[in-house]
Design a protein around this ligand. Sequence first.
Ligand code: AMP
Length: 434
Amino acid sequence: MTTLKAVRGTRDLLPPETALWNRIEAVARAVFARYNFGEIRTPIFEDTSLFARGVGEETDIVSKEMYTWEDRARAQSEKSQSLTLRPENTAGVVRAYIEHKLGETGQLQKLYYIGPQFRRERPQKGRYRQFFQIGAEVIGPPSAGSESPLRDAEVLEMLATLLDELGITGWTLHLNSVGSSADRARYNEALRAALEPIAHTMCADCQRRAVTNPLRVLDCKVPEDQPIIEKLPRIADHLDPESQQHFAAVTAALDAAGVPYTLNHRLVRGLDYYTRTTFEFTHGGLGAQNAILGGGRYDGLSEALGGPRAPGIGFAIGEDRLVLTLQAQEPDQNSAPRQAADAYIAPLGEAMNAAALSLARELRHTGLAVELGEGSFRLKKSFEAADKTARCIVILGEDELQSGILTVKDFSTGTQTKVPRAELAVFLAEPNRG
Ligand code: AMP
């Protein structure tokens, strides 16, 4: 029989690496709490049309990368429906915002999420078919101030704080404005016109994009095309006065807060719903897939999904890439020994197993981390197992049970101590015993 393996592009996360994932998520939750964000959990699959309308039919995600299936009706009252594993979470959050009429509160909604996303991309280091994103959205009616450039600057300042608190050093914030959808349409036409006479000198992808989606030419990484792309019209020269002022206010607030950024006129991002501010944080240690996170403003998304006017701004951090960055920065993160338990309880003989479980229960209730041994092991084997998993071994035989005096051996000092059962928890919790 062939052995089964995790599907291409998916992975198992095992201890001790999962400890790093948990630390990252704990830091993110703590930072989000300080900025007064609340958690949202949306379903992992949604109606396919949510992504077609919310992300855009023309995008790579929707046109090539989605896991979509026809969910057959199981009863006469049901209809069969096209469903898709979520390739990103913003569309789901905005769908929930509309469905639960969160706009009617009149307040800004500040929501964060942590969870898996699915895209059928070509797997490589830092790019998977199931990957994890930590993201947040600030969305609300215009009367709640959702269009204000201060919201953009606050979100970017929060991200700088989060990366700093995670200990990620050397990140770069790339910033751009893609203007209103009218600005983008005008710019698209200017690009199309500029590309028409020269596209035939560019790579095959650019030749195609020059016709189908000229903005995407700016994503091209082919070295020979770079001098041509640098001479193309820039979006900054096609912004209307409101978008220009909005962007100037974002950068002024970042300057005042001391958050460093680089203007990157080629940052147009892969999703159709972005308007005005777009951004990406990159890290040099990641190789080809160097984007740690991306995001931007999406003032028209709610309306595109049939909801009320609800401007918003959000981002998604690639958690897999945070992990890779931290591992590259501190190579011993992974090889760190597993956190040792406070004690290993070694029952002497199988008859002691049940008593050992109650002792373990007693100690664990006090907050100690306890590894429970196995009475069929010889003492030597118990010592070997204990030495690998815990700081101390506690021997539990018939005598110990009767007398209530237990023998504890501390592996770090080599000392052996007799401890009354009533004092055992305090003794084991004492860091400098022996
Ligand atoms: P996007 O939703 O495309 O704006 O992506 C936001 C972030 O998610 C990126 O900057 C990456 O860090 C991460 N990301 C996107 N696609 C993948 C993937 N296939 N594997 C791992 N991380 C990804």
